[in-house]
Design a binder for this molecule. Sequence first.
Ligand code: 13P
Length: 249
Amino acid sequence: MREIIIAGNWKLNGTIPETESLLKGLLDGNSQNDKVTVLVCPPYTSLHYAHKLLEGSHIKLGAQDMSAHEKGAYTGEISADMLLTVGARYVILGHSERRQYHAETDELVNAKAKLALAKGLRPIICVGELLEQRERNQTEEVVGTQVAGTLSGFTAEMVQQSVIAYEPVWAIGTGKTATPEMAQEVHKFIRERVAAVDSNAAQTLPILYGGSVKPGNAAGLLEQPDIDGALVGGASLKAADFIGIINAV
Ligand code: 13P
């Protein structure tokens, strides 16, 4: 039985007042499910405050990105140590929005993931194809390259500490979800690719699906054998919807 993770990626949302009201909604609501690791990833500026609100609760905290550098003259960057001191234990890396708007490459994501692991942060490494790549039947080629590149040099132990999220770019924020069968096919493919690093670690690795996950479509996705949770964008900004997804498990 693999760990099931429901993670909320708040993206560029979550001022302090918004963070307070959303987290109170989750803490006061029925957001605890013993089968599920529940995680929220607010923006950097709300992490410390979120950590205070969540202390002692079942909800874990992650960041949405981090620097590949440990410290130094990198204006605007946030380091792994900084994330750890504000209570983050997970970090999303290589999200398609970082790849698209900040030109992040597999090589950079790999460097960030290695640093995160060395520091004791659990990386959630994102992969996924563009619409035109899917239409050209290049999904496996694209996702396979991303998996190999972002996990390059990983040991079995490093895979064991990691999480992968498959987010088809055409399904993010569009309301178009991959069908459970389409998603399952890619998740199975990813697990096979990771098995090239270590077959046991591939079996225990949580692979999350992301892209327009809502309370209404979560159960169908989560019942697939290789889908081990969800990375939720829009629906993680409403406590009732996020709780609905947690309880779809
Ligand atoms: P949406 O759930 O808004 O489609 O976003 C998915 C996503 O990008 C999560 O990281």
